[in-house]
Design a protein around this ligand. Structure first.
Ligand code: UFG
Length: 331
């Protein structure tokens, strides 16, 4: 029978989608989240929830033992790139030091499988796009480095302890649950699609376009936007792969292998709402590469993953539906 999966950060954006994907697939789930950036409402009422810190080892180890946890999906962490530049020690603490404590608890309690939220930011500015998993990992910000250090810890730990892991390297995660059960709820978001749907609903008066002189077809930045529900589904399949072959660990890009420019994203939002957002040309953001696209042949070969929501209009439509839902909830 299926063992319980402990989801750290399960009240956050991606974690809450993983909780739904696991639950929909029949896995027992428990969530631990500090609620510093997560929301209690994002976790279904029938899922055991603990408000707490992943580095609180007595708390975590009690949870691992009482729920007979058979796998950890580790989403908890800090995710804002510019903030990581301004406050690197926060990122090395939240993402690296606390992950170390969690991994130690997993080893002590004999948890056999670990799935880690890693990022394309570990590649820095890749020399080749699409980027493969064996490309050099040279992060250009503390966020990427803090995640890369955790990947390194997992590799070293898996070599000597009875645990295997999957590091999933996310590209640009966007959209929301197609049934609008959860979505991205964080205030002050900086991600393009979130910003654009906020503007479309009148919560911002414009969207800045950060750079129009990149070496891309229309001059704006190109990214591999992946629907959060497809990403959540990949986590469930990664878990099944870890269980099927406990001797093997995985490092897999999560993207669709195609990209859209900033202008293409804004055009999609305008088309769907039938009302143009005000656009403002702005300078490049520090550290933004021109294009970041995944080579996803490894995940397609290793997992029976079938992307279902790769369509940009669908990603935007679901993001918009959740943004409206958030408005209704706040009324
Ligand atoms: N952009 C704008 N205007 C905005 C916001 C973004 O023009 O208001 C542009 C950016 O310059 C970039 C693209 O839209 O070209 C996407 O920017 P995001 O801020 O949405 O995402 P990033 O590509 O900068 O970073 C995201 C995550 C990181 C992760 C990275 C990996 O935020 O955590 O993807 O691909 F590491």
């Amino acid at each position: 029978d299926k063992p319980t999966v402990l989801v750290t950060g399960g009240a956050g954006y991606i974690g809450s989608h993983a909780v739904l994907a696991l639950r929909d697939a029949g896995w027992p789930v428990a969530v631990i989240d500090t609620l510093v950036t997560g929301f209690r409402f994002a976790v279904p009422d029938d899922v055991p929830f603990t408000q707490g810190d992943i580095a609180d080892q007595p708390l975590v180890e009690a949870l691992l033992r009482s729920h007979h946890v058979g796998a950890i999906m580790h989403f908890a962490g800090s995710v804002v790139v510019p903030e990581s530049v301004a406050d690197p020690l926060k990122y090395y603490h939240n993402n690296t030091v606390k992950s170390r404590a969690l991994i130690e608890s997993a080893v002590r309690c004999g948890v056999p499988h670990f799935i880690f939220s890693s990022t394309a930011a570990t590649y820095g500015t890749p020399e080749e796009s699409p980027v493969r998993e064996d490309a050099p990992q040279q992060p250009i910000n503390p966020y990427g480095m803090s995640k890369l250090m955790t990947e390194a810890m997992l590799a070293d730990v898996a070599a000597v302890h009875p645990i295997n892991y999957c590091a999933l390297r996310y590209f640009n995660v966007a959209g929301a649950d197609p049934q609008a059960r959860t979505g991205q709820s964080t205030a002050g978001a900086t991600h393009l699609i979130k910003v654009a749907v906020e503007a479309a609903l009148g919560k911002r008066d414009h969207v800045s376009i950060f750079g129009s002189d990149f070496d891309t077809p229309d001059g704006t930045g190109v990214r591999d936007y992946i629907h959060v529900s497809d990403l959540a589904a990949a986590h469930v399949l990664a878990l099944e792969a870890l269980i099927a072959d406990p001797a093997t660990s995985h490092r897999l890009n999560c993207g669709y292998g195609r990209g859209f420019s900033v202008l293409e994203v804004l055009d999609a939002v305008d088309r769907i709402t039938n009302r143009p957002i005000t656009r403002r040309m702005d300078g490049r953001r520090a550290g933004d590469p021109a294009a970041l696209i995944s080579d996803n042949s490894a995940i397609l070969a290793r997992l029976p993953w079938q992307p279902r929501h790769a369509d940009l209009d669908q990603i935007v439509t679901h993001a918009l539906a959740w943004e409206r839902r958030l408005d209704d909830m706040r009324k």
